[in-house]
Design a protein around this ligand. Structure first.
Ligand code: HSE
Length: 300
C-alpha cells in the first residue's frame, strides 16, 4: 500500500544526437511516494523542493497526469492514490527534471498495480508527461530515466528505442549552473531546416559516437562528440559556454556539450578521477563569472 520510487537525472542529446540519444546518471534524481487511499482518483498531498512552482492540482501536474493516463489505459476506475513528489533538482536545468518526476510516478503506480505493463510499455506514458511539461513528447530523457544506461531512439513513429553498451571506464560529469533555461524556449529558437552539409557532418558523428561507445574507442568517442546543428544556436543561452567547454577539454574530457536543452553542461571522460578534475575546473570557470554551480560525477 506504499511505494517509494526514484528516477534519475538524464543527459539528453549527448552532443550530436538531438532528441535521439540520452543516458541516465546516478544522481541527482526525483523521488515519488505513492500511498493508497480509499477514494478513487489520484491527489497530490505534497511537493518538496520546487519552491511552490509546480501545480498541486493532479489534473495539471505532469507526474499525476501521466499516472491518470495509465489508469485510464488500464480501464481502472477504482484506484485511489496520494502522491508526494520530492524534487531534488532544479526545474529548467537541462538534467531531465520533469522526466525524472514523470518516470518515478508512472513506475510507482505500475508497481503498485502489480506490473500490468513492462518498463518499455510505460515509455509512451512518460513521454506524454514531457508533452505537458515542455510541449514536445521527446523520449531522450524519459527513455533512459526509465530503462537506464545509454538509450537510442531510432524512430518516434513508430516508437523504437534500444540500449547500447558503453565502456566501463566511461564517466559523465554533469555541471548545473545556477541559471534557468526554459526547454520550450530552447526548442523554439532552433531552425526547422538543416543544410545538407550539416546533416552529413552530424550523421558521421552520430555513427562515430555509437561505434566508439560500443567498441570502447575513446579517441573515436572524442572526435564524434560534435554537434553542428543545435549546440551553436543554444550556446548563446549559457553564459561562459565556450570558456567552460575549453577548460573541460583542457583538463582531459573526451568532449563537452550542453546537457539536454541546457543550461547544464556535461562531459564524458575516461576514469572517475579525470571526470572529477574536469568538474572542478568547469565549476571554477563558471565561478569566475559569478555563477554558482553543482557538479555530479557518475559512471554511465
Ligand atoms: N532533446 C530535448 C531537447 C531534451 O534538447 O530539447 C530536452 O531536455
Amino acid at each position: 500500500n506504499y511505494i517509494k520510487a526514484f528516477a534519475p537525472a538524464t543527459v539528453a542529446n549527448v552532443a550530436c544526437g538531438f532528441d535521439i540519444f540520452g543516458f541516465a546518471v546516478d544522481e541527482p534524481g526525483d523521488v515519488v511516494e505513492l500511498r493508497r487511499r480509499a477514494e478513487p482518483g489520484i491527489v497530490i498531498s505534497d511537493i518538496t523542493g520546487d519552491g511552490g512552482r509546480l501545480p498541486r492540482d493532479s489534473a495539471r501536474n505532469a507526474v499525476t497526469v501521466v499516472m491518470l493516463r495509465l489508469l485510464e489505459h488500464l480501464g481502472n476506475t477504482e484506484f485511489g492514490g496520494e502522491v508526494i513528489l520530492h524534487k531534488n533538482m532544479p526545474l529548467g536545468s537541462g538534467m531531465g527534471s520533469s522526466s525524472a518526476s514523470a518516470v518515478a510516478g508512472v513506475y510507482a503506480l505500475n508497481e503498485m498495480l502489480g506490473q500490468p505493463l513492462t518498463r518499455q510499455q510505460l515509455l509512451p506514458f512518460a513521454m506524454e508527461g514531457e508533452r505537458i511539461a515542455c510541449g514536445s513528447a521527446h523520449a531522450d530523457n524519459v527513455g533512459p530515466a526509465l530503462m537506464g544506461g545509454f538509450l537510442v531512439v531510432r524512430s518516434y513513429q513508430p516508437l523504437d528505442v534500444f540500449q547500447i553498451p558503453v565502456p566501463e571506464e566511461l564517466y559523465c560529469t554533469l555541471v548545473n549552473p545556477d541559471i534557468e533555461v526554459n526547454t520550450k524556449d530552447a526548442r523554439f529558437i532552433l531552425r526547422n531546416e538543416v543544410s545538407l552539409k550539416n546533416a552529413i557532418s552530424q550523421m558521421g558523428n552520430v555513427a562515430g559516437l555509437i561505434a566508439g561507445l560500443m567498441q570502447e574507442d575513446y579517441d573515436l568517442i572524442s572526435r564524434s562528440m560534435v554537434d553542428v546543428i543545435v549546440e551553436p544556436i543554444r550556446a548563446i543561452l549559457i553564459p561562459e559556454f565556450n570558456e567552460v567547454k575549453q577548460v573541460a577539454i583542457a583538463h582531459g574530457a573526451l568532449g563537452c556539450s550542453i546537457s539536454g536543452a541546457g543550461p547544464s553542461m556535461f562531459t564524458l571522460s575516461k576514469g572517475r578521477e579525470t571526470a572529477e578534475q574536469v568538474g572542478k575546473a568547469m565549476q571554477e570557470t563558471f565561478a569566475t563569472a559569478g555563477i554558482e554551480s553543482n557538479a555530479y560525477v557518475s559512471a554511465i
